[in-house]
Ligand binder design. Structure first.
Ligand code: H2U
Length: 353
């Protein structure tokens, strides 16, 4: 019988964090594409636009005036998805009509006063200030909220409404679906195997680092997870067992700033475009969980980019993905090989060499 090859034969891969499976169909990677081609995003963004509500000194539609900020600037989202107060829905005995309270705070963090910068184009010292701002928000919002989700949507293709470098923070009184599943799976794993899942996973990935490990630094490892779903999905993990972003040491935060610049530069170099993605941090829950044993958690950042084969061809999670299981063509290892082969200098700075 023909011998199985992961780079040729369809198979399933288990995602132990989400407790689900992804269909991998490597033989399909060469199929012709006649689907949608996204318009290449216009990259000529003015450094300052007096009409852009995220720029320094601008009056937002809410009437609030942004300060003349010099590094990061945080404000309460003028159109928040969650509110700190308000009435709770009534309890129901009917299992088919269940509602629950949802409170929280939504904030916007501008990374830098200039609209024409993105994280990989920023100075490492300025990225470090962003990391400190994230950690502060985790501490402050985490005092009362169960979950603080920091996320960046980059690029119009990801629904980002504004090119100015920024991210969002949604803090909630409840544990949302994704972290709720991860809380359970990591707890079960630690009970069964005696180690935090992602600590064990990183050790095993480092033992065979030529497969999916992309970049290593003193304190961080960037890799394509074995179970990645999006074509160029990656994960960033600390080497040490760290529960939450606010637990990082100064050295780890400095190293993280450099690592983020490096990895996002590689992403931008893939198709020589400001690479669109949704990225975010997952660590142990907060609020009342701060008093509980959360040692099964390991901090990690997730990068979910939608691009597939060029700056203009996007992967859609539709059809089979919506109705059955997620599916990918190129394997995680093939994606890793593509990313590993890319230059480390940002394509916009090529001429500086
Ligand atoms: P994106 O990260 O998806 O582009 O969203 C930008 C956020 O900024 C969005 O949540 C908020 C929007 O509500 N915003 C304000 O709070 N005030 C404004 O004046 C513009 C945008």
């Amino acid at each position: 019988m023909e011998k199985f090859s992961a780079s040729e034969h369809p198979h399933l891969r288990y995602n132990p964090l989400r407790d689900d499976w992804v269909v991998v169909s490597p033989h399909r990677a060469k199929r012709p594409w006649q689907g949608q081609v996204e318009k290449k995003a216009v990259e000529d963004v003015p450094r300052h636009d007096p009409k852009n509500p995220l720029c320094p000194g601008v009056t937002r539609p809410s009437g609030q005036v942004n300060p003349d900020y010099k590094n990061t600037f945080i404000f309460d989202n003028d159109f928040p998805a969650l509110l700190p107060g308000g009435p709770d829905p009534p309890k129901s005995d009917d299992p088919l009509f269940q509602a629950a309270p949802a409170h929280g705070n939504c904030r916007v963090i501008c990374f830098h006063p200039w609209s024409d910068l993105t994280l990989p184009l920023m100075e490492v010292a300025d990225i470090r200030i962003v990391i400190d701002t994230w950690a502060n928000e985790m501490v402050n919002l985490g005092k009362v909220n169960t979950w603080v989700q920091i996320f960046e949507n980059r690029g119009a293709v990801m629904g980002c409404s504004n090119p100015h470098p920024h991210c969002q923070v949604w803090a909630s009184s409840f544990l949302p679906n994704e972290p709720s599943v991860k809380h359970r799976t990591q707890k079960d794993f630690k009970e069964k195997y005696g180690k935090p899942m992602l600590v064990d996973y990183l050790e095993k990935e480092l033992a065979k680092k030529d497969e999916r490990v992309l970049l290593e630094s003193a304190h961080w490892v960037w890799l394509v997870p074995y179970w990645a779903t999006w074509p160029f999905e990656t994960m960033l993990l600390p080497r040490r067992h760290v529960l939450r972003l606010q637990d990082l040491t100064d050295d780890e935060k400095n190293d993280l700033a450099q690592m983020m610049k490096n990895l996002l530069t590689i992403y931008d170099n893939l198709f020589e475009v400001s690479f669109p993605y949704s990225m975010g941090w997952h660590g142990a829950p907060t609020g009342t969980y701060l008093e509980e044993d959360c040692s099964h958690w390991q901090l990690h950042a997730l990068f979910y980019p939608p691009l597939l084969r060029s700056a203009t061809v996007k992967k859609f999670m539709v059809g089979y993905e919506m109705l059955a299981s997620s599916q990918r063509d190129m394997t995680a290892e093939q994606a890793a090989d593509r990313l590993k082969a890319l230059p480390r200098v940002h394509y916009k700075h090529k001429s500086d060499q």
